[in-house]
Each structure stands twice: as structure tokens, then as C-alpha cells.
Design a protein around this ligand. Structure first.
Ligand SMILES: Cc1cc2nc3c(=O)[nH]c(=O)nc-3n(C[C@H](O)[C@H](O)[C@H](O)COP(=O)(O)OP(=O)(O)OC[C@H]3O[C@@H](n4cnc5c(N)ncnc54)[C@H](O)[C@@H]3O)c2cc1C
Length: 461
């Protein structure tokens, strides 16, 4: 360790290396105090990342990469012998190309800053999620983040044109393509998108930007039957002429907690079974809002929605979204487990009834839940509490959620990734051949297993 620190000190300025208690005490975000590393390096350039990795590779030193530390699956938790590589000093926005509609950034660039810079140029970066103020582009890439706009623009994978990556042994792979079309063999960037820091460290990216849409319509509607939600979604896709940009659903269990915000009135009364936040975006304000209102009226007439509030201003729209984004309110259920699953909409209610029955049977006095999600993408977030922090109990809860999902062909992770938290359940969503190919890739790109060991695949594998 001393030799490692000596080499790192030669390479980095004083702010580039944090050790001992100071490193230990740095909060580790949504990893909830699990990180134990005593060495944090904070490079400023790709060249420094490369040199750090060369040193670590030579010394078999495990490296855990951290961006904004908002990941939900313990992907950036560091053990006592791990070195943390933080991208926080690599946050530059290097270029915005208005004509080519691209932005080139360092991987530590903050997501919200990227969104705002794009808007200033009359463009937009369409990935958006509740942790925007802290999450980084590198973290978004490494987890292939989804969020609120997937229904229209796809996940992070769809927004990445080029990447620069530092490999485990320090080699720099520059694949900073900025063209929409480039079919020249294997699309190497795809290897690293969603690889959770296990195959390489993302240092720079070329992002695809879209035209900023000038008109937005947003409503919160109440629905009393799950089947009506599915009809509402399919009508929105059919009748809104491609304008649909978000279709988020909150069960009352989520809404009643998330809507209680200081000095804010609840936009719709609590107690309806479901709430859908529906948004459209277009470029003709009058036409777009007429089409949206027409759609809402038809849904009311058909009895698909039982109550609705239409945002009349940007501030009202932000208030509706703030309820959807108020994930922190779920801490009222502590101790809890948060799940991020996907499955076909037609199977959702049956699945939810099935797991609720199992939880109620096993923990009749303490079981509580809250459900919300990106219904338009078939993605649900489940917050489950059975009143115990015991790891064995937590494992039982996970097993109920995942094994019940497996028989319905769902995925144990729609968008958060696998990390440490879901690693032992990966076989529920990937078959033996897929797992073997993943291990082969890991072995080929990181033969010594120094990059984020034990995340996604177990270290022994
Ligand atoms: C309130 C809240 C809401 C959220 N909503 C959503 C949502 O709607 N959709 C969604 O998909 N996610 C959501 N998330 C999860 C999280 O915000 C995203 O996964 C985000 O993309 C992680 O970015 P980060 O910079 O914080 O990464 P970190 O948490 O720092 O790291 C996440 C993983 O990526 C790796 N990593 C980080 N940077 C790099 C890099 N430069 N190179 C290689 N590997 C790297 C880490 O090792 C780790 O495995 C939410 C989180 C919170 C707290």
C-alpha cells in the first residue's frame, strides 16, 4: 500500500489524493455508508486515469469508479482494500456542436448541467431522472440509465455517439465518434454502456442532442382500475400523434406519501387507486395543448379517468413532477428494499397481487409497500418494507420479488443495473450461455479482475 501511495503522490496534486479517515468519512451517497475505502484518487485528465490504472494493474490493486454516487444497486461501494477513482474533477463540457447536435463532455460532467447547457443552445439532452442534480454522465453511461423520457427517446444507450474509455491495464480507447451512422465493425462503445465500471472507465463521451421542443402539456390524472391505465397509455400513443413524452404511474401507496410536501397543496386528493402523470412535448403550443385536452376529455367521457388536474404553467408542471420525483419520502417506510423490475403491462397487476399475498402471509403485521414506475416502459419500482433490517430477511424479500418475476419472464433490473445488490439473482434474468459470455468478456478485457471486482459478476467468476 505504501508503494502504491508513493507512486500516486508523484502523479497527482494534493487535491488528487485523499487517504485515511478523510477518505473514510466522505459520504458515499446512496450506498448508505457501506463504502470503506481509505484511498480516493481524483484525476483531472484521461492521461492521469490511464497512469493510475497502469499502476493499479501492475500491483493487482482493485479499483472502484465513482461518479455522482446516486446508483441504487451498490455499484460503487468500495471495500477496505479498494481504491476509489472519483471522476468529480473531470466535469468539463468541452464542446457543444449546434449544427451536428452533439455535446462532448468529460465523464464527471453533472447530468443537470448537461441538460441546462443543451437548453441554452436551443437543444435538449433527453435523459432525465430524479437524481439529475448529482448523477454524472459517466454514471449514466455505466448504468445505461433510463428515467422519465425513455418512452420517447430511449435509454442512455440511444444518446451516446462516442466514448473514450480507459481499460484495466491503462490503455486508452478513443472511440469519440460524433456521427449518427458509423457501421464500421463492432460498435465498441456498446460494450461499456451498462457495464457498471467492470470493463473500463469511461472518461469522455459524445452525446447526441435533440431539438428543444417549445410546447409542453402535462396532467396528473386519477384512475380507479389498473386495466384502464393500460387503455389510457395505448390511447395516448395512438391519439397524440407521437407527442407523448412521459407516462409515469404512482399507486396510491406511493402518492399518499410523496404528495405530502411542506407548503404544497396536494394537486389531487389521496385515495384513488392510481395516478398517472402524462406529458406531451411538441412544437405548436396551441395545437399540442388542444390535442392533449381533447385526449383527456375523451378519457374522462369513457370513464378511463376519474379526476384530473392540468398544469397551467411551468411551475405547476414542476410541482406535479416533484411528487413523482419525491423518492426520498419513501424513507418513511424504513427499513426498506427498493426494486426496479420490468415485465409486460398485461402481467403487472397479477404479479403485484401475487407478491403482496406472499408478503402478507409471511409478515402479516409489518408488511408495507409503495409502488410507482415508468409504466410506459413496462418498468415498476417497488418499495417493500417488512420491518426488519436483518440481511437474511432482506434476502427472503428479494427472493419473493425475483422468483415470482422469473416465472413471468420479467427482468430483475429495468434500469438501475446489477451492482452488488442484485448480483446473486442475475441468473433469474440471464441464462447460462449469456452468463458464460459475460464472464468471457470480463476475462478478456480485465484478466486480473481489478475493475469493480464482485459487482455484476462475482469476483470468483
Ligand atoms: C432519487 C433517485 C432517482 C433515480 N431515478 C432513476 C431513474 O429514473 N432511472 C435510472 O436509470 N436510474 C435512476 N436512479 C439511479 C442513478 O441515478 C443512475 O443510475 C445514475 O445514472 C448513476 O449515476 P452516478 O454518476 O451517480 O453513478 P454512480 O452511482 O457513482 O455509479 C454507478 C455505477 O457506475 C459506475 N461508474 C460511475 N462512473 C463511471 C465511469 N465514469 N466509468 C465507468 N463506470 C462508472 C460505478 O462504478 C457504479 O457501478 C435514481 C437515483 C436516485 C438517487
Amino acid at each position: 500500500m505504501t508503494a502504491l501511495l508513493d507512486e500516486l503522490r508523484k502523479l497527482l496534486d494534493s487535491g488528487g489524493l485523499i487517504t485515511g479517515e478523510e477518505a473514510r468519512e466522505r459520504e458515499d451517497g446512496w450506498s448508505m455508508g457501506l463504502s470503506q475505502s481509505r484511498i480516493i484518487v481524483r484525476p483531472k485528465t484521461t492521461e492521469q486515469v490511464s497512469q493510475i490504472l497502469r499502476i493499479c494493474y501492475e500491483k493487482n490493486q482493485p479499483v472502484v469508479t465513482q461518479g455522482g454516487k446516486t446508483g441504487m444497486v451498490q455499484g460503487c461501494v468500495a471495500g477496505p482494500n479498494d481504491l476509489v477513482l472519483s471522476l468529480e474533477r473531470m466535469s468539463a463540457i468541452e464542446e457543444v456542436d449546434k449544427v451536428g447536435r452533439t455535446m462532448t463532455v468529460q465523464a464527471g460532467a453533472n447530468m443537470q448541467v448537461v441538460q441546462e447547457r443543451a437548453l441554452e443552445q436551443g437543444l435538449m439532452y433527453p435523459v432525465d431522472l430524479g437524481a439529475r442534480g448529482s448523477a454524472t454522465i459517466g454514471g449514466n453511461v455505466a448504468t445505461n440509465a433510463g428515467g422519465n423520457g425513455v418512452i420517447r427517446y430511449g435509454m442512455t444507450r440511444e444518446q451516446i455517439l462516442g466514448l473514450e474509455v480507459v481499460m484495466a491495464d491503462g490503455r486508452i480507447i478513443s472511440s469519440m465518434n460524433s456521427m449518427m451512422k458509423n457501421n464500421t465493425g463492432y460498435d465498441l462503445k456498446q460494450l461499456f454502456i451498462g457495464s457498471e465500471g467492470t470493463l473500463g472507465i469511461v472518461t469522455r463521451a459524445v452525446l447526441r442532442l435533440r431539438t428543444r421542443l417549445s410546447s409542453e402539456s402535462c396532467a396528473l390524472v386519477a384512475v380507479d382500475d389498473f386495466e384502464n391505465l393500460a387503455v389510457l397509455l395505448s390511447l395516448a400513443e395512438g391519439e397524440l400523434g407521437g407527442r407523448l413524452s412521459a407516462f409515469e404511474v404512482m399507486w396510491n401507496s406511493y402518492y399518499e406519501k410523496a404528495s405530502q410536501r411542506e407548503s404544497h397543496q396536494v394537486p389531487l386528493p389521496v385515495g384513488y387507486p392510481f395516478y398517472a402523470l402524462i406529458e406531451t412535448a411538441g412544437s405548436e403550443q396551441q395545437q399540442d395543448s388542444e390535442a392533449f385536452q381533447c385526449y383527456l376529455e375523451r378519457c374522462l367521457e369513457k370513464g378511463l379517468i376519474v379526476d384530473a388536474v392540468l398544469a397551467q404553467s411551468g411551475a405547476e408542471r414542476d410541482n406535479l413532477w416533484a411528487i413523482r420525483d419525491n423518492v426520498e419520502s419513501m424513507f418513511a417506510l424504513w427499513p426498506l428494499s427498493i426494486f426496479d423490475i420490468s415485465l409486460g403491462i398485461e402481467q403487472m397487476q397479477d404479479y403485484l397481487d401475487d407478491i403482496a399475498a406472499q408478503f402478507s402471509l409471511q409478515w402479516p403485521d409489518s408488511f408495507q409497500q409503495a409502488i410507482f414506475g415508468h409504466l410506459g416502459d413496462g418498468n415498476l419500482h417497488l418499495v417493500i418494507s417488512v420491518g426488519s433490517e436483518d440481511p437474511a430477511v432482506r434476502h427472503q424479500v428479494e427472493d419473493i420479488v425475483y422468483s415470482t418475476l422469473h416465472s413471468r419472464g420479467g427482468s430483475i433490473s429495468a434500469e438501475h443495473g446489477i451492482g452488488l445488490e442484485k448480483r446473486d439473482f442475475l441468473h433469474y434474468s440471464r441464462n447460462d450461455e449469456e452468463l458464460a459470455l459475460m464472464r468471457l468478456l470480463k476475462q478478456s478485457l480485465d484478466p486480473k479482475g481489478v475493475l469493480n471486482p464482485g459487482k455484476l459478476l462475482s469476483a470468483a467468476e
